[in-house]
Design a protein around this ligand. Sequence first.
Ligand code: FAD
Length: 303
Amino acid sequence: TVVSRLSEPHSGPVPFSVEFFPPKDAPAEERLWRAVRIFERLRPAFVSLTYGAGGGTRDRTVRIAGELARETTLTTVAHLTAVNHSLDELRAMVGSYADQGITNVLALRGDPPGNPMGEWVKHPEGVAYAEELVRLVGELGDFQVGVASFPEGHHRSPTLDEDTRFLLGKLRAGAEYSITQMFFDVEDYFRLRDRVVAADPEQGAKPIIPGIMPITSLASVRRMLELSGSKLPADVDARLTAAAGNDEEANREAIRAVGIDLATEMSERLIAEGAPCLHFCSLNFARATTEVLDRLGMNVLVP
Ligand code: FAD
């Protein structure tokens, strides 16, 4: 399971994990598998595979999660969202995960398809919140369930205290750990951890795994931030903007170098302050993440 994997031998002072998304065509799938094989030799604690808003990507998530579980040595976490699913469909999805040998599920509500900031409409026979999905998955078998957490607060949460209350609801419903939204100010992560521990020490003992995105392109990180409602701290923004100069395209390598520096510095702080694992959003590439691992002395083959 994810939680037990966190205390098994790993290549650095803390374990790391990697997030992938389901590729959309054959060349993208080849690229994913190249990355998977590179990471596999470094023995991540687990890998996770996201779940898309549309039908086609959902089938791919099930298929590829199954292949990761069966054809690699990796502990595989399959994401699942409640978007546009009835309870029966959610049960069937969880059943297909079980059929593929997947027992680790990240239970998410998901965002409205098309516009993540738009109005969330619950499926008439579905669930309204991830907390209900955690219970549903837990009732269906021997699954280990994780959930999302938000260092800056979820964009729909009225206050950070409410946001903490919702996270605690998911943990009390049976989630064993959470993985955070990517963030660029480590203090936000430490404050989230402090809030959870202060509100409920028992739930606060469950791992909060920080999500790290090594920035390789300014345009794509800005788009991702827009979709998630997170922000770049002013000093981070200033370093990236300085590297971009007045020609983002010509200065790609400089931006990338700053992105790797930032992810490395964040990781060092997180390790020093006792984060249980570093979860890298790989975008299905190995290079940026392995560069950060290299800088951390964690790019080491584990026998
Ligand atoms: P919830 O926990 O249900 O919270 C959603 C909002 O509902 C909260 O902000 C709060 O305002 C409100 N809320 C929650 N509980 C209550 C309550 N009891 N009463 C009143 N209001 C409440 N999206 C995908 O589509 N596919 C993925 O694979 C995916 N992977 C992700 C992985 C990680 C690590 C993270 C952090 C996010 C991921 N997302 C993914 C995005 C996620 O689906 C969105 O952020 C979504 O808006 C929130 O999901 P949640 O599970 O946190 O929802």
